[in-house]
Write a protein that binds this ligand. Sequence first.
Ligand SMILES: NC(=O)c1ccc[n+]([C@@H]2O[C@H](COP(=O)([O-])OP(=O)(O)OC[C@H]3O[C@@H](n4cnc5c(N)ncnc54)[C@H](OP(=O)(O)O)[C@@H]3O)[C@@H](O)[C@H]2O)c1
Length: 290
Amino acid sequence: MNLQPLHSQGPSLSRIVTGVWRWQQLSSESVERLIKTSIDEGITSFDHADIYGDHRCEELFGAVLKNQSALRSQMQLITKCGIKFSSAKRPQTWIKHYDTSEDHITWSAENSLKMLATDHLDLLLIHRPDPLLNPHEVAEAFVKLKAAGKVLHFGVSNFTPSQFEMLQQFLPFPLVTNQIEISLSRIDSLFNGDLDLMIKHGASPMAWSPLGGGKLHFEERDWFAKATKYNASYSQLALAWLLKHPSNIFPILGTTKPERISEAAKSTDIVLDKQDWFEMLKWSTGRDVA
Ligand SMILES: NC(=O)c1ccc[n+]([C@@H]2O[C@H](COP(=O)([O-])OP(=O)(O)OC[C@H]3O[C@@H](n4cnc5c(N)ncnc54)[C@H](OP(=O)(O)O)[C@@H]3O)[C@@H](O)[C@H]2O)c1
């Protein structure tokens, strides 16, 4: 799987990304195996957040990199910041809230560097739109982190088009993605302007929960017929359905099983016929397009 640009100004990522949200219960050996299987399959980009696994996932991943530092040059690291919740690791936080202040973004990015045992992040995202977001502060943090070489590119997650465009207005470089939920069971972004906005800005969307978190419930006989036609598994078809969209969706796979990473990697070889694509859309909506 070749790297593909998320935006013309970078970064280049593997078209399928491995997400670590569900890795908190795994042993260090399992984490190492998932990392190495991903890389062997050409899935070299990894999606983190400071909060995953109650702030443990970055550290688990970083422990593998600490022991095998050569792995770092073979991968691209994405992480997020801006959500705070009450936790033994964050005793001063007593209510779940967002913090996109300059100080917190800077502190969080630097802490992620430490946890991940790396000197730079390829991409940092604001995790959720913050009603108290001050774009001047976000811009200050982003510009300083970029100038210091600590973060190469920036983006957002779960932003509406107007939130994306508002923040972009204050930045001297492009937001390269909006990471949103997209799958056969979550199709609103195809029709509500989210994906149009990405095309307009030359940025590619990243899709979280691309397999609906493992809960894509459609008629067994429909899946079976399609799987037979393409000689593909259900999850490969669900990913190929996302990959066909002209906005260049980068799906983030959430499995904890190496064999499912290998299976997903093959989805980039499947090119769905237009009518099959629309039939799968119909599974989701329950009706033909108008
Ligand atoms: N930006 C955001 O707000 C946000 C929110 C949520 C997630 N994310 C990112 O998106 C990533 C993916 O989210 P997700 O975990 O919900 O994605 P997903 O790939 O849709 O779901 C993964 C779940 O599906 C299960 N599954 C069942 N059959 C599978 C198959 N054939 N292949 C692969 N998985 C299968 C997995 O179980 P097994 O482990 O048993 O395979 C796992 O529990 C996260 O790791 C995180 O990086 C971002």
